[in-house]
Design a protein around this ligand. Structure first.
Ligand code: ZN
Length: 505
């Protein structure tokens, strides 16, 4: 009991949790509303993070004040109404719960909002106005997010994922929280130095996967760089190519108390990211759609995966572009039930889903799907076939239906959903491991699909996240910028020490 009494002499710090996370493409006609964020409020927020479970040591090191935490599937730009509503709810909760020693700011960094520049920078400035300068903010981001100077100045600690695909997402968030608590408990407070280096490179994630070189080695250097004495954390941000603002480019940031080391480390990381620029390439073989399908049909390696990249909903595509599925269903090879087996995942089609529910498993459906949001490349696709399975309750899709059309299994959903895991297929009675060709509306394969692939090609298909970014029309990004201005001179990659949040007006 004496121990408990002693432990209570030092009051626990008060730390709030807030965040709105989405990656949203302004090259897509889709818009994102508030419901898409599936926002959690109050104590429900703890369940989003395993390290905040009731029995975790972190949970007992502070008085946590979870406010609002919303994570949307990537999509189109967020409506101004949705953004203002989520921000105002967060600010109201922070107002009621001050004063605070710390704030864990959990964002993606590539949110686009209709009519608003740099939303994550706007949000943190508005948070600062409420919580004041004394609170230490620790920001956790996706490496495909953007770090504007405004965000760099207003946050104190900052970190991001070091792996793409993001197998270290939770580890990164936990590091952001642990660094925050450590600075508060030790009394060291805000870092003495924050180095920020903008790098004039804008590339899609599919060209900078850390699974392959050169990004593999470039990002491997981040963890050792961050663990040096005098350094708190370090990160490289690839940035987001499907929005057109001055903040869309790569960035390196390093925080710490040793000025020289902070600067030197940031410069080393920035230099290595820049020097590797001509080596960044698609993570898998990339071809036109017809070339991909022809290869898959003649290959003896199965399952043969094809990424339908241009409308990848996990990068911000509308997810309902029918261009690829229309092409598949028109191919004679798949017309007969005895043709090569193929799974297409997936296309939203709420009316077709309703017809399938009415028809029941084994029944026949004849309707249309897709092209409600993005009909720029193909109209709604006719789908006539047998209902193979119906699954209810997915957070994103709500209802999923597998329809057999010839030798193809087409997954139709009420709302768009990315298919990343084996169970996403097997719960519908589909067996990707035993299927000849699996076409997924994603970019690089997520780990479970990657592990089961016998072969894999990424298809350059049209959509709101067209991977052929050199053909997109940008007006507002900084120039010169690689790869648009290949002959550009070496940029100034010296460390810029950004203002402490204490000095921001
Ligand atoms: Zn990402």
């Amino acid at each position: 009991m004496a121990y408990v009494a002693m432990a209570q002499t030092k009051p626990l710090p008060r730390i709030a949790i807030a965040g709105i996370a989405i990656e949203s493409s302004t090259f897509s006609p889709a818009l994102t509303d508030e419901a898409a964020f599936h926002a959690s409020y109050g104590a429900d927020i703890f369940s989003l993070y395993p390290f905040f479970s009731a029995d975790s040591p972190l949970r007992h090191r502070a008085i946590w004040i979870p406010t609002i935490d919303g994570h949307a599937l990537p999509g189109g730009a967020v409506t101004r109404e949705a953004y203002e509503s989520l921000v105002n709810k967060s600010l109201d909760s922070l107002k009621k719960n001050g004063p605070l020693h710390g704030l864990f700011y959990d964002i993606h960094g590539a949110m686009s909002v209709v009519g608003l520049e740099d939303p994550e920078g706007d949000f943190i400035v508005r948070i600062r106005k409420v919580i004041g300068k004394g609170t230490i903010i620790s920001t956790s981001m996706d490496l495909h997010g953007n770090v504007s100077l405004r965000l760099a100045e207003n946050t104190d600690l900052i970190t991001d994922y070091r792996m793409a695909p993001h197998e270290d997402a939770m580890q990164t968030k936990q590091r952001a929280v642990e660094n925050l608590i450590e600075r508060i408990e030790s009394g060291k407070g805000k870092p003495a130095y924050k180095a920020w280096i903008p790098i004039p490179i804008l590339l899609p994630g599919e060209k900078t996967s850390t699974r392959i070189e050169p990004a593999k080695s470039v990002f491997k250097a981040v963890a050792p760089a961050a663990s040096q004495p005098g350094i708190i954390d370090a990160g490289i941000w690839v940035g987001y190519p499907w929005a057109d603002e001055p903040r869309n480019h790569a960035v390196v940031m390093v925080t710490g108390d040793d000025k020289e080391k902070v600067a030197h480390t940031a410069e080393q990381l920035a230099r290595s990211f820049w020097d590797a620029r001509f080596g960044y390439a698609f993570v898998a073989l990339t071809r036109t759609w017809d070339e991909c399908l022809d290869s898959a049909l003649t290959s003896h390696k199965h399952p043969f995966f094809i990424s339908d990249m241009g409308d990848n909903p996990t990068a911000g595509g509308a997810g309902d572009v029918t261009w690829t599925l229309t092409k598949i269903l028109s191919r004679p090879e798949f017309k007969s039930p005895n043709g090569p087996s193929l799974i297409y995942a997936s296309i939203p089609g709420p009316e077709l889903v309703n017809s399938a529910i009415k028809a029941g498993v084994g029944g026949h459906v004849d309707g249309q799907a897709g092209a409600k949001v993005d009909a720029r490349y193909a109209p709604p696709v006719p789908i006539a076939g047998t209902v193979e399975s119906i699954v209810y309750g997915d957070k994103d899709a709500e209802v999923e239906v597998a329809v057999r059309v010839g030798s193809a299994h087409v997954i139709v959903t009420r709302k768009r959903k990315p298919y990343h895991k084996e169970i996403d297929f097997t719960r519908l009675g589909l067996v990707p491991r035993k299927t000849d060709i699996v076409v997924v509306k994603i970019g690089y394969l997520e780990p479970e699909l990657y592990a089961m692939r016998a072969d894999w090609i990424m298809a350059l298909t049209p959509g709101g996240v067209d991977q052929d970014i050199e053909h997109l029309t940008y007006k507002r990004i900084e120039r010169p910028m690689f790869p648009f201005d290949k002959a550009m001179r070496d940029p100034d990659l010296s460390a810029r020490m950004v203002s402490s949040s204490d000095q921001i007006h």
